[in-house]
Design a binder for this molecule. Sequence first.
Ligand code: CTP
Ligand code: MG
Length: 385
Amino acid sequence: MSRWAVVVAAGKGERAGLGGNKVFFPVGGRSVLARCLDAFERCGRFDGIALVLSEADEPAFAALSGREGPFPLVKAIARGGATRRDSVRNGLKALPEDCENVAIHDAARPFVPDAVIEATMESAERFGSGVICTPVVDTIKQIMPDGRVVSPERDSLRAVQTPQAFDYRKILAAHERALEEDLPVTDDAMLFEHYYGGVSLVTAEGAEANKKLTTKADFDALNAVGTPDFRVGQGYDVHRLVEGRKLILCGVDISWEKGLDGHSDADVAVHALMDALLGALGLGDIGRHFPDTDSAYRGADSMKLLDAVMGMVRERGYRVGNADVTIVAQRPKLAPYIEDMRANLARGLGVDVARVNVKATTTERLGFEGESLGISAQAVALLVK
Ligand code: CTP
Ligand code: MG
């Protein structure tokens, strides 16, 4: 006794308008058909898959197997027919004699969760059929033959998807009779209802994710979210400590006997952060954008310069994912100022404070920071398109 899946992929995908059968096109970097076959592999319940392909697509499948395969569970290839019903019948005829239950699935539903496949197969094993369904969220109107519009009670309606699993002998016999009698049906469950008086509907967690990809918009939406554009940048800056200057770090005025020397307010931490942002954008460094030979930047408030850099970030369609700044200073003790620093930077970056981290460290009195000759700062920032 064995369990099989029939995956039908022999359509033309006309509504998707991609210039070929939609199941060979990628969503999030992997083809629709490969994702669908993955789902049946992962489930671990099947002895084999009969994949139904049109003759014209056989080279495309060979190429796909080389690129994204192998697909060891695909043990039979059947030829597609003029209608989906014909394709399913050909797939069923390709299964071995000892097949007991079969799950019929549209290749155009690549996100079928395990729980959905399991639920339909379990139902087929117990009751002879198992058809995945979801509650209907819209109110449905039915147009009667005489033109009258009626409203079926929504609670009694279900939308059905694939997989639809059946006792193999029964569904094969139903398909053969339907061919003789030319029975018009849109899914296999309709055939089963017609000849055996009903089907078992099942629900399962995640069925809403089991969407059929039909239009170009379905592909565009998935590919837009499937390929995030991240940029990361790093920055480093040093300023000398001198007497008679204010000490400003992350826009916070810190009272101390010394301050940082520089052309602007010498906010070394904000400078490192700006360099990280410019680095992520591939735009060089602050020296290039705010040269210290330009008198416009004498005594400049570095938080204002950060606003200008954030303008460049936004202009290019990015936002800040997170930022992390390390200030290296032997003295003064910075811990009491850290939360104000984070809040300032978060405001400047236009993000929640949880996305900004500021830390301070000493160097155990080693080096120029340890001798309080200067303060250095390092920063990393992640940008998201
Ligand atoms: N299918 C098939 N044989 C056919 C028609 C459809 O195997 N003669 C398959 C499709 O490949 C798809 C599933 O049935 O996996 C559901 O059909 P649909 O979403 O309508 O896909 P297409 O028929 O390919 O698309 P379109 O109707 O837009 O041309
Ligand atoms: Mg179709």
